[in-house]
Design a protein around this ligand. Structure first.
Ligand SMILES: C[S@@+](CC[C@H](N)C(=O)[O-])C[C@H]1O[C@@H](n2cnc3c(N)ncnc32)[C@H](O)[C@@H]1O
Length: 256
C-alpha cells in the first residue's frame, strides 16, 4: 500500500491539472460513473452526506445538486481542496454552493463524531489509502444506522481482451498523457501500479462487509475497469450478523 505522506504530496503536486487530466484520461466517461455513484447514495432533502477523498469536489457538488441537505467533502491534500473551493465559487446553483463544506482531514481518522452522516461516498480514493479495511470501519463509525456507503473505484477487468486494453492504456498511454497534460509522469505511473494492487470486486465486497456494512452489491462500468460498490449500515436494533452471500448473489442484477 502507498504511504499516506507520498500520496498527499503527489496530489498536492497534480491538483492544478487534476480535473483536465481526468477528462482526457477517461474521455469524459467518468461523468457517467460519478452520476451512478450519486444515484447509489440515494440522497434526499434530509441527507447529510460525507464525500471522503473528495479531491476537487466532483462528487460533493453532484450530491448537493441531487438535493442533499448538506455535504461535507473531506480530503488530506490542501491543494486539491483549494481547487474544490475555487470551483465552489463558480457553482451555478448558489444554494448548492452553500450546502457544501470542504474540510481537510484523513480518511483513516475521520474528524467526526459517531453516527454523523446518512450517506458516505468515496470515489477513486480508497485505492490510495494505507489501510483499506480501516477506511471502511471509519465510514461505518461516522455513518448513522441505515446510512448508505458508496465506493467507486478503478479495478482490473476479468476478460483477457479488456485486460490487454487496460495494460496498454494504463501502463503506456496514461503515463504519457500525464507527462503532457499534467506535466507529472511519475504521478500517472503510480496510478496503474495502485490499481493493480487494489482488491478485485468480490474481495473488496468482503472487506466492506467485514466493516459491518450490509447489503453489499457492486456493478461494473467501462468494460470492467470501474467498480461501483454500495451497501448500508444496519438499522438500530438489527441483529449483528456476518452477511456472506455467494459472489453471484452479491452482483447487481442490473449489470450481471
Ligand atoms: C484520485 S483522487 C479522487 C478525487 C475525487 N474523489 C474524484 O472522484 O475525482 C484521490 C483523492 O484522495 C485523497 N486521499 C488519498 N488518501 C487520503 C486519505 N488517507 N485521507 C484523505 N484524503 C485522501 C487524495 O488527496 C486525492 O485528492
Amino acid at each position: 500500500m502507498p504511504k499516506s505522506a507520498d500520496v498527499q504530496h503527489m496530489f498536492d503536486r497534480i491538483a492544478g491539472r487534476y480535473d483536465l487530466m481526468n477528462r482526457v484520461m477517461t474521455l469524459g466517461i467518468d461523468k457517467r460513473w460519478r452520476a451512478a455513484a450519486v444515484r447509489a447514495a440515494k440522497v434526499d432533502p434530509s441527507t447529510r452526506a460525507l464525500d471522503v477523498c473528495c479531491g476537487t469536489g466532483d462528487i460533493s457538488f453532484l450530491l448537493a445538486e441531487a438535493g442533499a441537505e448538506h455535504v461535507t467533502g473531506l480530503d488530506f491534500s490542501a491543494n486539491m481542496l483549494e481547487q474544490a473551493r475555487k470551483r465552489q465559487k463558480n457553482q451555478r446553483d448558489p444554494e448548492g454552493r452553500e450546502r457544501v463544506a470542504f474540510v481537510q482531514g484523513d480518511a483513516l481518522a475521520l474528524p467526526f463524531e459517531d453516527d454523523s452522516f446518512d450517506a458516505i461516498t468515496v470515489s477513486f480514493g480508497v485505492r490510495n489509502v494505507e489501510d483499506i479495511p480501516l477506511a471502511f470501519r471509519e465510514f461505518a463509525r461516522v455513518g448513522r444506522p441505515g446510512a448508505r456507503i458508496v465506493c467507486l473505484e478503478i479495478t482490473r477487468p476479468k476478460s483477457r481482451v479488456a485486460n490487454r486494453f487496460y495494460d496498454v492504456w494504463f501502463d503506456r498511454v496514461v503515463p504519457l498523457l500525464g507527462a503532457v497534460v499534467s506535466r507529472d509522469k511519475a504521478a500517472y505511473t503510480y496510478l496503474p501500479e495502485s490499481t493493480k494492487a487494489f482488491p478485485r470486486p468480490p474481495k473488496l465486497a468482503e472487506i466492506i462487509r467485514a466493516a459491518g456494512i450490509r447489503e453489499v452489491r457492486w456493478r461494473m462500468f467501462g468494460g470492467g475497469i470501474v467498480a461501483l460498490h454500495h451497501g448500508e449500515l444496519p438499522m438500530a436494533g438489527a441483529p449483528a450478523q456476518a452477511e456472506r452471500p455467494s459472489p453471484s448473489a452479491a452482483v447487481d442484477p442490473a449489470t450481471a
